[in-house]
Design a protein around this ligand. Sequence first.
Ligand SMILES: NC(=O)c1ccc[n+]([C@@H]2O[C@H](COP(=O)([O-])OP(=O)(O)OC[C@H]3O[C@@H](n4cnc5c(N)ncnc54)[C@H](OP(=O)(O)O)[C@@H]3O)[C@@H](O)[C@H]2O)c1
Length: 287
Amino acid sequence: MKEKVTLVVGADSMIGQAMITYLTDAGELVIGTTRRPEQTEKDRILLDLSENLSGWKPPRPVKTAYICAGVTRLDDCRRDPLRSARINVTGTCALAKALMEQGAFVVFLSTNQVFDGRIPHVRPDHPRSPKSEYGWQKAKAERILGQWPKNVATVRLSKVLGPDSLFTEWSRFLKADRIIRPFTDMVLSPVPLDTVVSALGRIGDRRSGGSWQISGERDVSYARAAKWGADVLESDSGLVQPWSMAEAGMAMEAVWQNTTMNTDRMREELGLEPPPVKWTIEQAFLL
Ligand SMILES: NC(=O)c1ccc[n+]([C@@H]2O[C@H](COP(=O)([O-])OP(=O)(O)OC[C@H]3O[C@@H](n4cnc5c(N)ncnc54)[C@H](OP(=O)(O)O)[C@@H]3O)[C@@H](O)[C@H]2O)c1
């Protein structure tokens, strides 16, 4: 019988790429998927979530599948709700079901945006109350996949900071003595990509289903984050020129009071604690 593999759906996503490196370094046999025929190569297989995936079969039996692909931009979901739902809900759930039926454990990545941001440190069993199309789609997929709590882990993430975030760009600007304009009224409670990847790896390894949440310990505004960034880079603080989302004419779905979630399960069962938000942001400016 063929050896079972770990499947990373969305090998080119920020989190998928990091997962592949983490799993490969841990000695796992990994297959990544791409929707782009030109990207298929050894250990990359073609999979488009917008297609009919019921009964989809991977080339080798799958032990664990990490579903990292999807339409991840709020604007893209809002502009084309039908197409994005076909990917984020129909395709994702059909694939997860097909994989589960073949014995795989599925790790599905979701978001704090299944909530409306009114409650800080929101508990995992709090009723979902999304306010964006993206949030609605994730909430719907969660509800469907929640029927199989033994076979599916749903992992809600707040903002994940990887090697190419907005703060990387701001860092470049500040180093070039250029002005940055962070929002005073948009908040984040970020977690580093490394923390997310090791949490996902442990969840998949233990086949611990049900709801998981990963966020920083508190929310800060992008204006404060930018100030921390300028301080850590020892840049001129006058280069940080905050303004509000209203002034910038931003859509109100982006206004968020709280993005923190309760992370007790992560701490208690995985022994993992996200680093302090200030440290996470400073590191993102230094990357
Ligand atoms: N990053 C965050 O801060 C964050 C926060 C909360 C939740 N999440 C969730 O975590 C997951 C991974 O996020 P990410 O930021 O790593 O994603 P990402 O970098 O935005 O990448 C999304 C991936 O989905 C792929 N994709 C889009 N449409 C597809 C389709 N029809 N079929 C197959 N693949 C398709 C894209 O393929 P191409 O590369 O070919 O374009 C891309 O690789 C997502 O479910 C996201 O909602 C992320």
